[in-house]
Design a binder for this molecule. Structure first.
Ligand SMILES: Cc1cc2nc3c(=O)[nH]c(=O)nc-3n(C[C@H](O)[C@H](O)[C@H](O)COP(=O)(O)OP(=O)(O)OC[C@H]3O[C@@H](n4cnc5c(N)ncnc54)[C@H](O)[C@@H]3O)c2cc1C
Length: 335
């Protein structure tokens, strides 16, 4: 293994946090390789975009990249997976690596499979951990992801090269690495095909608050245990409380399935992965699919009337009580 490529995504003209998280993880793998296998690995951030501003560049280096490859998108003024995949593969074929990591954003979820298909290799999607292992004297990427509906964790070693994985935002922390020498190269693709898709207009979906949830320091999460006869009542109260505490409201999938909260508020395996300073779970049972999205929160407080609820196994503070009453009491004390 000589280098790890991190496909680094630009959104709203800035490099995304999910990309930086992955660059930091790649840097961690580089350190692991140095100490465990005495092998130096390069961390290369590949950016395809219209522009790459200086601040984004500095953030990429700071997160742990040794090198940035910037491929200017001259074909379209928005993300085109058909074109981006070919451009990336063009670069990759001339500059191969053993590993490619992708942040699992909505865009890269459509891009990564196209790239791996073109490269005739596999893709381990939605990984929750990555590490390096030695197998038959080769350094391999071991990608861990949930399987069987989240009941089991599977660690997968790819037989094919490059070994590719996607990782959901919020899974790893952005590091502040002070590297010495930094490299920056621009790559001009040799293949530019006619763009068969025209962007007519782009609309911002204001109701989706995924980034708000991902950046929230305090999250108040409601589960089926606070669903009352008129359904929404205690979620309205949570919203009120969240406003006062400068927090964000999240929920379980069951709450989404009942049409009480939007799916953008769902935390877990099929929702958001978050790492707030404080996570308070009100009436949440602690199913593994939910836990996977919030277990790395700094402090977890769980309120559940069942003293044997699974959520308590992950909580720093346990409150065995009626969660609705606790919400009323909290509101009463701050209003
Ligand atoms: C493939 C797959 C993917 C999934 N992905 C996700 C996901 O991303 N996120 C997710 O959340 N779930 C996910 N699920 C669903 C998950 O398995 C659980 O069904 C769900 O998380 C349960 O939600 P809940 O805790 O709100 O409800 P319940 O499991 O019904 O738990 C309600 C809890 O509230 C407690 N309670 C009841 N009344 C009160 C009260 N008055 N005060 C205090 N406590 C009370 C009960 O004791 C219970 O523990 C997924 C499932 C599958 C199969």
């Amino acid at each position: 293994m000589n280098k790890i490529i991190v496909y680094s995504e630009i959104n709203a003209e800035k490099v995304t946090d999910a990309s930086l998280e992955l660059i930091s993880k790649a840097y961690e793998l580089k350190l692991q390789s140095n100490t465990e296998f005495q092998k130096d690995i390069l961390v290369e951030a590949v950016v395809i975009a219209v522009e790459l501003d200086e601040l984004s560049k500095q953030r990429i280096y700071k997160a742990g990249a040794d090198r940035i490859i910037f491929i200017k998108d001259t074909s379209a003024f928005c993300f085109m997976p058909t074109i981006y995949s070919k451009i990336f593969v063009d670069y990759f074929n001339q500059n191969p690596s053993d590993v490619i990591l992708f942040p699992a954003s909505e865009k890269t979820r459509t891009l990564a499979p196209r790239i791996t298909t073109l490269l005739d290799t596999g893709l381990v999607a939605d990984c929750t951990n990555l590490e390096l292992v030695l197998k038959n004297n080769d350094i391999k990427l071991a990608s861990t992801r949930p399987t069987f509906g989240g009941e089991l964790m599977a660690t997968i070693l790819s037989k094919k090269i490059p070994q590719c994985a996607t990782v959901r935002p919020g899974t790893f922390k952005i590091k502040d690495v002070n590297l010495g020498m930094k490299e920056y190269f621009e790559f001009t693709p040799s293949i530019y095909e006619e763009n068969r898709i025209k962007l007519l207009r782009s609309l911002l979906d204001n109701k989706v608050s995924t980034s708000t949830l991902q950046n929230a320091k305090i999250v108040l999460a409601g589960g089926y245990g606070i669903v009352s006869a008129n359904k929404i009542e205690y979620f309205d109260k949570l919203q009120k409380l969240a406003k006062i505490l400068n927090a964000t409201v999240a929920c379980t999938r069951k709450v989404v399935d009942y049409g009480i909260m939007p799916s953008s508020s769902q935390v877990g395996q099929t929702g958001q992965t978050i790492t707030p300073e404080l996570y308070i779970a009100f009436g949440i049972s602690g199913a593994i699919q939910h836990i996977m999205g919030m277990k790395n929160s700094k402090i977890i407080i769980a309120v559940n009337e069942d003293e044997n609820a699974d959520i308590f196994n992950y909580a720093d503070y346990k409150i065995v009580a009626d969660a609705k009453k606790v919400i009323d009491d909290m509101l009463g004390s701050v209003l």
